[in-house]
Design a protein around this ligand. Structure first.
Ligand SMILES: [Zn+2]
Length: 227
């Protein structure tokens, strides 16, 4: 099986490919459908090869192009049960900011543009209640619940690689702990669980893949701050 990722707008999408079967994780920032189609072509994937679309959570920058990709591939969409309603209603609250500036942006945004973080409404066909095995789709991987960034955040575990959505970032300014986060203390518990899961590599929602151990100092820092 092969894992590929591409930056679509400022968010990553990930393709899990096994011969002529593939799963797409995330659908990027809206307005980038052609970029995604080029990426698939480059990886020798035709739209009908995609048997499932997985969303790590329902923020707009991970769910752009969703309707177009569903139409193109015919694939069902899988979300966590705690995000299902958000996607169905096209409303996901703006997460809390973790710093002075991001807190300001989050509060102001919630008043001025409450739908800022929201996806375009879509009713997902498949719900993950906690864990979800992807083997029936021809891909040796499983979805695990990784709450914190949002309480319905989920990640895909492929061997010792974690496709993490916004459970981890890897920004050029050094940020790994998401600067917008609904439940910071829950996220720290999730990180702790992941540190004990034999994971080596993380493909974050934003930024390049990195070795999980890089997140340990941030974990210690936020643990001191949040408790
Ligand atoms: Zn997010």
């Amino acid at each position: 099986m092969e894992i590929f990722y591409a930056r679509i707008g400022y968010s990553n999408i990930v393709l899990l490919k096994n011969g002529e079967t593939a799963i797409l994780i995330e659908t990027g920032v809206k307005g980038n459908l052609n970029h995604i189609i080029r990426f698939l072509k480059h990886k020798n994937v035709v739209p009908a090869d995609i048997k499932l679309i997985v969303l790590t959570h329902t923020h707009h920058d991970h769910t752009g192009n969703l309707h177009e990709l569903v139409k193109l591939t015919g694939a069902p969409v899988l979300v966590h049960q705690n995000e299902f309603e958000n996607l169905k209603n096209g409303f996901t609250p703006i997460p809390k900011g973790m710093g002075f500036y991001t807190r300001f942006v989050s509060r102001l945004g919630s008043i001025v543009i409450p739908r800022f973080a929201s996806p375009k409404a879509f009713e997902a066909q498949i719900i993950n209640e906690n864990e979800y095995n992807l083997n029936p789709f021809g891909i040796d991987a499983k979805i695990i619940s990784t709450p914190g960034h949002t309480n319905g955040s989920q990640s895909v575990l492929v061997g010792d690689t974690l496709v993490a959505g916004d459970t981890f970032l890897n920004l050029s300014n050094g940020i790994i702990f998401p600067h917008f986060c609904n439940e910071p203390s829950t996220l720290l518990k999730t990180w702790e669980m992941l540190f004990n899961s034999g994971i080596k590599t993380v493909i974050p929602g934003h930024g390049k893949p990195f070795a999980l151990e890089k997140a340990v100092p941030e974990f210690e820092k936020w643990k001191r701050k949040i408790k």
